[in-house]
Ligand binder design. Structure first.
Ligand code: HPA
Length: 254
């Protein structure tokens, strides 16, 4: 039985199946955890899993909370604070995202190297809650050693990975063609509706972060079309074993 996981994993849209790679000792429904919000989106089953991945103890969030669902940023990031209190030192985050870098294609994996926060509410707004400072640095929000190790792992295993900047919007609309173009000009490589609030709170707590996006649709050039949630889930589903492999190998190294 697991005693003390040091790494937490947040499984994003279409990536819940990665949970099947976890040897689960204990699964707790979010509904049974005091003050936990309850997930409403299709494809997010809403369970906290405690077990092992790559022979390391982990806690995994099968399903996350999105701002577009109507939660406040405090609610969206509450699970991260719970993880911190449980002694988590590392956070692996995953998401589905739209590709804006012209070298990206559907099904690509992108290691998140940095982010642009375009969400309308900040998760640290309000009274500063320790342990972090009032004005936390976001200079190395995505741990550089984790990025380097993940690239090494991907190279060794022959898994192609991209690297890039994740831009977060509140959603729930996908982007207009003009918005995709604008976000690309701003410096985003991929765009999505999650992750950044959790990362900010984790960094504020001193938790080291590693993040990966699955590119589920493309927002540039001639190929911008209508994106659907089903399409996003299908593309994420297809590539999740590769992401799981990288997560597992990275866990073994840390
Ligand atoms: N835009 C925003 N969020 C997304 C996208 C997108 O194109 N794809 C998956 N999540």
């Amino acid at each position: 039985m697991t005693t003390k996981p040091e790494t937490a994993i947040v499984l994003g849209t279409g990536l819940a199946r990665l949970a099947s790679e976890i040897e689960v000792d204990l699964a707790i429904n979010y509904a049974d955890i005091p003050n936990f919000p309850i997930s409403t989106v299709e494809g997010h089953s809403g369970k906290l899993l405690i077990g092992r991945l790559g022979n390391k103890d982990v806690i995994a969030m099968q399903g996350r909370f999105h701002y577009y669902e109507g939660y406040s940023m405090k609610e969206v990031t509450f699970p991260i604070r719970v993880m911190y209190e449980l002694g988590i030192k590392n956070l692996f985050v995953s998401n589905a995202a739209g590709g804006m870098n012209p070298s990206f294609k559907v099904g690509d994996l992108m290691i998140i190297t940095d982010h642009i926060n375009m969400m309308p509410e900040h998760p640290l707004r309000g009274k500063n809650v320790p342990p972090g400072p009032r004005f936390p640095s976001m200079d190395s929000a995505y741990n550089k050693a984790f990025i380097a190790q993940a690239i090494e792992i991907a190279t060794e295993k022959g898994i192609p990975v991209k690297q890039g900047v994740y831009l977060a919007t509140q959603g729930p609309t996908f982007e207009t063609p003009a918005e995709y173009r604008a976000f690309r000009v701003l410096g985003g490589d991929a765009v999505g509706m999650s992750t950044v609030p959790e990362v900010i709170v984790a960094v504020h707590c001193g938790i080291k972060v590693f993040g990966m996006s699955v590119i589920t649709d493309i927002g540039f050039g001639e190929i911008i079309g209508e994106v659907s949630h089903e399409e996003v889930q299908k593309a994420a589903d297809a590539v999740q074993p590769k992401m799981a492999e990288i997560f597992r190998a990275l866990l073994e190294k840390i």
